[in-house]
Design a protein around this ligand. Structure first.
Ligand code: FAD
Length: 507
C-alpha cells in the first residue's frame, strides 16, 4: 500500500547563533539550493555562552562533510591540535595519565593489546604506562604533532586528533559559509512563540517589535534557555546532578606562555576540576565546580592561582545543571546544543552532541507530515548517546581513590547508573570492554580512563594464555620502541603549525 507523501518542508527556522546554531545552519545550507528557505534568528544583545573550545576527533567528519579546508579553519580560529586530555590528580593527588585519541598497540591473534599489557603487569613485569603503546599519547607528552598516515600498515595511521579553537571564531567561520550558501540571518529577540491551537505545532516566532517569522521545521539552538523545546513546548528536563554534581564554572583567558601543548589539561580540584586549553593566541582556562562543596570565591581563587600567564579579561561565571530534555525532538521542533542538554565539559563532548544531532536530523529529515517513526528513532538514538556519554564522564569522578574532600567522598561512594555498573563489572572480571551500538567512546578510550583511574581487573582473558609471555613481552617492546621512534621523528606541534596553519589573531 502506498500513501500520498506529505509535502516537502520549504521553511526551516533556527533560533540561536551560537556554535549549535551556526553548525546547524552551515549543514542545512545545502538545502537552500533545493528550494528550502533557511532562516537563523539570533540576538546580539543576549549573546552566546562564549565557552566550548576543546573538541574530539569526530568534529573532523563534520568539517569534511562541509568541505572545510582544515588549515584555513585552524588559521581562522587560532586553533591548535589536540591529541588527548591529560588528567592530573584524578585518581589521587600527584597522579597523572592521558586519555589519548587513537589506539593502544595492536591486537594479535584476536587478543586485545591491553590484555597483553595487563598480563605482563600481573606477572610482576614492568610494562610502563599503557600510554607508552599509543602514538597519540607519546607524541602528546613529547609535544609533537603531524597528521595521520592513510596507509594502515604505518604506525602513523594510529594517530588521531581534534582541535582546540576559539568557539566564537568557529561560529563566525561557519556563519560565513552558511550565509554565502543562502541562509538568511535575522537579528532580533524572540519574544513569543505562536502555536497551532489544534496540533500544538509551532507556526511562527514573534520578534521584538512587529516582526513575525513563520516556518515549518524549527530548530531550537537557543542555549540553556531552551526557548522552543523547553519553554514553548514544555518538554521536561531530566537532571543528572546527583551523578554529576558540578553546576558552576569560572572561565578566563590568559596569556600564552611557553610551548604549545597538543592536549587539554584537566586538573582535579577539591570540588571539581580546572581546564587548560592552549590556543595559538591565548590559553582558555576554567574551573568547573560543585557549588554545594566549594564557594564561588574559593573556586575563583583556585582558578587564578593555576594560570600560567596573566589573565586577559575579567573571569566570567557560568551556571548549569547536568542533564537533558526528556525528548529532543517534539512535534516540529528539534533541540540542538545546550537547549537539549549539557553534561559538563570534562570530555569535550558538547560540540560532538551538536554534530550528532545535526547528522541524525539530516538522516531523518522530515516532510510536513512529521512522521512519528522518524521522531521516535531520533529520540531513541540521541537519548542513548547522551546516556553513554554521561556514563563515561561519571567514571572519572567515581573511580577515584581521593578522600580528601566531601565532594570526592560523595563521588567515590555514590550509586552509579546500571549501564555503567554493568560495564565496570565486565571490566573488573577479565578486562573486557566493548563498544555499544554506535557508542562515541571506543574501547581504547575506556581502557585509558579505567586504567588511568586505577580500576584494575582481577584477571585477563583466558585467550591470552595462547601467547607465551616471553613472546608477547618481545612484541610489546617492539611496539613501544617503534612508537617512541615515530613520535621522535615528528615535527614539534609548534613547527607543524608554523609550517601549515599559523594564525594571525591578536589575543
Ligand atoms: C563551562 C562550560 C565549558 C564548556 N566547554 C566545552 C568544551 O570544551 N567543548 C565542548 O564541546 N563544549 C563545551 N561546552 C559546551 C559549549 O559551550 C556549547 O555546547 C556550545 O557553545 C553550543 O552552545 P549553544 O549554541 O547551544 O548555545 P549558546 O552559545 O548559548 O547560543 C544560544 C544562542 O541563542 C540566542 N538566543 C537565546 N535566546 C534568544 C531569543 N529570545 N531570541 C533570539 N535569540 C536568542 C543567543 O543570542 C545565542 O545566539 C562548555 C559549556 C560550558 C557551560
Amino acid at each position: 500500500m502506498t500513501g500520498t507523501p506529505a509535502a516537502r518542508i520549504t521553511k526551516v527556522v533556527i533560533v540561536g547563533g551560537g556554535t549549535a546554531g551556526w553548525m546547524t545552519a552551515a549543514a542545512l545550507s545545502r538545502l537552500v539550493a533545493t528550494g528550502v528557505a533557511v532562516t537563523l534568528v539570533e540576538s546580539e544583545d543576549i549573546g552566546t555562552v562564549g565557552v566550548g573550545e576543546a573538541t574530539i576527533p569526530s568534529l573532523r567528519d563534520y568539517n569534511r562533510m562541509l568541505g572545510i579546508d582544515e588549515d584555513a579553519l585552524v588559521r581562522a580560529t587560532g586553533a591548535t591540535f589536540k591529541l588527548g586530555i591529560e588528567f592530573r590528580d584524578w585518581r589521587r593527588l600527584g597522579d597523572s595519565y592521558l586519555h589519548p585519541f587513537g589506539t593502544h598497540g595492536r591486537d594479535i591473534e584476536g587478543v586485545s593489546f591491553h590484555q597483553l599489557w595487563l598480563r605482563q603487569a600481573n606477572l610482576g613485569g614492568d610494562p610502563g604506562p599503557i600510554g607508552d603503546y599509543c602514538l597519540s599519547a607519546v607524541a602528546a607528552r613529547k609535544g609533537r604533532f603531524t597528521r595521520p598516515a592513510s596507509n594502515p600498515q604505518s604506525v602513523l595511521s594510529t594517530l588521531s586528533y581534534a582541535f582546540h579553537f576559539d568557539a566564537a571564531l568557529y561560529a563566525k567561520f561557519l556563519r560565513g559559509m552558511a550565509e554565502e550558501a543562502g541562509v538568511v540571518r535575522v537579528e532580533g529577540r524572540v519574544a513569543a512563540v505562536d502555536r497551532d491551537a489544534e496540533t500544538g505545532f509551532i507556526t511562527g516566532l514573534r520578534l521584538d517589535g512587529d516582526r513575525c517569522i513563520d516556518g515549518e521545521l524549527f530548530i531550537d539552538c537557543s542555549g540553556f534557555r531552551s526557548l522552543l523545546l523547553g519553554d514553548a513546548l514544555g518538554v521536561p528536563f531530566t537532571s543528572w546532578q546527583h551523578w554529576l554534581p558540578c553546576d558552576r564554572a569560572w572561565a578566563v583567558p590568559s596569556e600564552r606562555q611557553g610551548t604549545l601543548t597538543p592536549y587539554t589539561r584537566a586538573t582535579a580540584e577539591t570540588a571539581g576540576w580546572r581546564w587548560r586549553i592552549p590556543l595559538q593566541h591565548r590559553v582558555g582556562n576554567g574551573h568547573v565546580y560543585a557549588s554545594d562543596h566549594v564557594d564561588d570565591d574559593a573556586a575563583l581563587r583556585a582558578l587564578l592561582a593555576g594560570l600560567d600567564g596573566k589573565p586577559l579579561a575579567e573571569p566570567r561565571q557560568l551556571r548549569f545543571v547536568a542533564g537533558r530534555r526528556e525528548r529532543l525532538w517534539e512535534k516540529n521542533c528539534v533541540a540542538i546544543g545546550l537547549s537539549g542538554g549539557f553534561l559538563e565539559p570534562l570530555e569535550s563532548t558538547s560540540i560532538h552532541l551538536i554534530q550528532s544531532g545535526i547528522t541524525r536530523l539530516m538522516a531523518l529529515f522530515p516532510d510536513r507530515g512529521f512522521g512519528g517513526v522518524e521522531i521516535d528513532e531520533y529520540n531513541r538514538v540521541m537519548l542513548r548517546e547522551y546516556a553513554q556519554v554521561r556514563d563515561f564522564i561519571i567514571l572519572h569522578y567515581h573511580a577515584t581513590e581521593r578522600s580528601d574532600s566531601t565532594f570526592w567522598n560523595h563521588c567515590r561512594t555514590m550509586t552509579i547508573p546500571d549501564m555503567l555498573q554493568a560495564k565496570l563489572d565486565l571490566w573488573s572480571g577479565k578486562a573486557r570492554t566493548f563498544r555499544e551500538q554506535g557508542e562515541l567512546f571506543t574501547p581504547d578510550g575506556w581502557i585509558a580512563v579505567l586504567l588511568g583511574q586505577g580500576v584494575r581487573p582481577v584477571s585477563t582473558d583466558p585467550l591470552v594464555a595462547a601467547l607465551p609471555p616471553e613472546e608477547s613481552a618481545r612484541f610489546m617492546d617492539h611496539v613501544r620502541d617503534m612508537i617512541g621512534k615515530t613520535a621522535e621523528a615528528m615535527p614539534t606541534h609548534e613547527q607543524f603549525i608554523a609550517q601549515h596553519c599559523a594564525a594571525t589573531i591578536a589575543p
